[in-house]
Design a protein around this ligand. Structure first.
Ligand SMILES: [Fe+2]
Length: 498
């Protein structure tokens, strides 16, 4: 393995007793390139080619008052696989906010748990006072990696292999883009949404495979909302209006207090992928909040949507947390929120919704084979959280047709994250491939990248590959096949096909 330290950043953050500034959440401040990583166990498969990207939060500067892990500066970690060899790189996402704070040598923006009036400069996104750290999500679209921020931001792009050339997309709208843009690998389109405190409160848009904004339309809501994810089928996009949002009266006085209105329904907007507000069909469902959806597809007159229903979107404070961290710990604990795999069926003819629970286990952060995104699918992969702690230590594979499931738990002290599906080259069927994830191993103080064989799910990782440093647990991730970004990738193929 050859390791080249590209840059070390100097900040002034101190961990203190903060549970999300140590252990698997300890921030990393160096950028490195590493070639031919050391294989600790097993063999790296030679039948995969592509890149695994994960976004993490690595704060450089001390919070103004109270740090929340979603306030940290974004960093992309990259592991590329080709011919059985693994390369690794990591880079901070050089957002405008991060560069301004480096120049000032201090934190300039209030965080999620702080009074927005503390912010020393105007912020970004739906909230208006937060820093766009682009630290939540990452996808590969039109040959570029795109990072996004959950409260909406400009979006930042970089080369998916070198992680160089940070830029904001030229089509990024005034209200920004939320995390959880959706790439349809069949059309090369990327669907996105944003939300804000000004009417119409939400927009939905489409960027085509040539990187042009080809559709952008209002999705009018009754007031400011806090949507986190969207879904799509072959012909429709699915947006949402959940009854968990800022208290409108307090919001008028500048206070951002989130409440769950348990007597109000959840609402889902089913809109043709190139449709306008007049084409939206709204469906009502049981009150909840959904952080993430797994997939959606069409079946007869119905649009079927799978996601994680929260039984308790507004949990009580976390018992046993250190003073001051009770609420934050609670909202990062899927066991407190009761996140369970759930199915909604929206009947386009009758306007009625049917819904059912698919599994009673606490699960979230689902992944699928992207080739089946928006289409009828058979296999879903959910992550198992460590109770009370926003890190994962296991996965459940569901066969959505038979109801069968398989569970893999990682050894004690190993903390993984969302694990995208990696198809084998010339895969024969939907689950012909692997799950990939970075693991922070508290037993060794190092991090690894591991692959799990989807067809032999409970057997444990097929390989463990050593990373040159310990990385933070982080949030979202993606896999992109080499054919979609190498040598001009999908853009070159689009040009050839005219
Ligand atoms: Fe998310």
């Amino acid at each position: 393995m050859s390791v080249n330290v590209v840059k070390r950043f100097r900040g002034n953050i101190t961990a203190g007793d903060h549970p999300y500034l140590q252990g698997p959440w300890a921030p990393l401040h160096e950028e490195i390139n590493a070639d031919e990583l050391v294989v600790l166990e097993g063999q790296v498969p030679t039948d995969i080619d592509g890149v695994y990207l994960r976004n993490t939060q690595n704060p450089l500067h001390q919070a103004l008052e109270r740090y929340h892990p979603f306030d940290g500066d974004g960093m992309v970690h990259m592991a590329s696989f080709r011919d059985g060899k693994v390369q690794y790189r990591n880079r901070f996402i050089k957002t405008k906010g991060m560069l301004a704070e480096i120049e000032s040598g201090e934190r300039l923006w209030a965080g999620l748990m702080e009074d927005p009036r503390l912010s020393k400069r105007p912020g970004w996104g739906a909230h208006g006072a937060l820093k766009d750290a682009s630290s939540t999500d990452v996808v590969v679209h039109a040959g570029k990696a795109l990072t996004t921020y959950y409260q909406c931001g400009e979006g930042y792009r970089m080369d998916p292999l070198t992680l160089e050339e940070t830029e904001t997309p030229p089509w990024s709208p005034e209200d920004g883009i939320s995390a959880h843009t959706k790439v349809d690998v069949h059309t090369g389109e990327m669907l996105f949404f944003n939300y804000s405190k000004q009417p119409p409160y939400m927009h939905y848009g489409v960027v085509d495979r040539s990187d042009s904004l080809v559709h952008y339309t209002p999705v009018p809501l009754p007031g400011p909302r806090l949507p986190h994810d969207m879904a799509f089928t072959e012909n429709f996009a699915i947006l949402n209006d959940f009854p968990l949002h800022w208290d409108p009266e307090l919001l008028e006085r500048g206070k951002h207090v989130v409440r769950f209105y348990k007597d109000k329904p959840s609402r889902f907007a089913v809109i043709p992928r190139r449709g306008g507000p007049e084409d939206i069909q709204w469906f009502e469902a049981d009150p909840t909040f959904v952080l993430h959806f797994l997939n959606a597809y069409e079946e007869g007159d119905e649009v079927v949507l799978d996601g994680y229903f929260q039984e308790n979107p507004m949990p009580t404070n976390y018992e046993g947390a250190l003073p001051g961290y009770e609420r934050m710990m609670s909202y990062l604990d899927q066991y407190k929120m009761g996140s369970k795999l759930h199915r909604w069926r929206f009947n386009l003819k009758t306007g009625k919704t049917r819904e059912e629970r698919l599994d009673e286990r606490i699960l979230e952060f689902g992944m699928i084979n992207q080739k089946y995104g928006g289409r009828p699918y058979r296999y879903g992969y959910s992550a198992v959280q460590v109770p009370g702690w926003f890190v994962f230590n296991g996965y459940v594979k569901h066969d959505m047709q038979t109801g069968e499931s398989w569970q893999l738990q990682l050894p004690e002290g190993e903390f993984a994250s969302e694990a995208p599906f990696v198809p084998r080259i010339n895969a024969k069927d939907e689950d012909d491939g692997y799950l990939v994830t970075f693991v922070t191993n508290e037993n060794t103080g190092k991090s690894e990248v591991i692959l799990i064989d989807s067809k032999d799910f409970e057997a444990g990782p097929v390989c463990r590959v050593q990373l040159p440093h310990q990385i933070a647990a982080g949030t979202h991730s993606c896999w992109a096949n080499g054919v979609d970004f190498r040598d001009g990738g999908i853009l070159a193929r689009a040009a050839m096909e005219g």
